[in-house]
Design a protein around this ligand. Structure first.
Ligand code: GRF
Length: 202
């Protein structure tokens, strides 16, 4: 499967996804890394690995127009899937709807707990025993699509949002390539294909 990865900054999840795609037998290939910030650090890493990149600042541009340009870049690259990896933009409904079932996101909480921002601080303040990370399908509603995979991370005594975020990031780098591989790999699963045939027959 061909995958476009959208980032906004550091791109450490993108890097984890990219290097996992270089493993023998990988289920997906990264055809594009796109950012809404031309200064996003991850762009240099991707282009250094020979991956096509696209960058377009969202500043001073209507949301629809920016989404359309990002979407077009993914289409031009031949992407079957869009994988959001620290992409800090809320998508227009149209964009999310057009890619429904073919767009994934990673969110640093154990969804349905703590959609939105400041997830680590909220988990600490609530006295939770664990924080964590979720990979989910993207729907027009923020952080609300079907959860495809999760990993828990213990919250320790005197934890801060920063210390927790750092350990959650280690978990993210393990979880995201695994879930993307499983999800796109389902297209090679005979049961999944049979389901598709049944859908078509209805
Ligand atoms: C990750 O913690 C992700 O869960 C959140 O933004 C962060 C992105 O980090 N949505 P990076 O750019 O992948 O390093």
């Amino acid at each position: 499967a061909k995958v476009a990865i959208f980032i906004s900054g550091r791109g450490s999840n993108m890097a984890a996804l990219l290097y996992a795609s270089f493993l023998p037998g990988a289920a997906y290939e990264v055809v594009l890394v796109a950012a809404n910030d031309p200064e996003a650090e991850g762009l240099a890493l991707a282009s250094g690995e020979g991956i096509s990149t696209f960058a377009l600042s969202h500043k001073g541009m209507p949301r629809e127009q920016h989404d359309e340009a990002m979407e077009q870049a993914a289409r031009d690259a031949g992407a079957d899937y869009i994988v959001l990896a620290g992409y800090m933009r809320i998508l227009t409904d149209g964009f999310a709807t057009r890619w429904e079932g073919r767009m994934l996101n990673i969110h640093p909480s154990l969804l349905p707990k703590y959609p939105g921002l400041d997830t680590h601080q909220r988990a600490i303040d609530a006295g939770d025993s664990h924080g964590g990370v979720s990979v989910h399908l993207v729907t027009p509603e923020l952080d609300a699509g079907q959860v495809l995979g999760q990993m828990k991370v213990s919250i320790r005594e005197s934890e801060t949002a920063d210390t927790l975020a750092e350990r959650v990031r280690f978990a993210e780098h393990q979880l995201y390539p695994r879930v993307v591989s499983e999800y796109v790999g389902r297209e090679n699963d005979p049961d999944f294909l049979l389901g598709k045939v049944r859908e078509l027959a209805l």
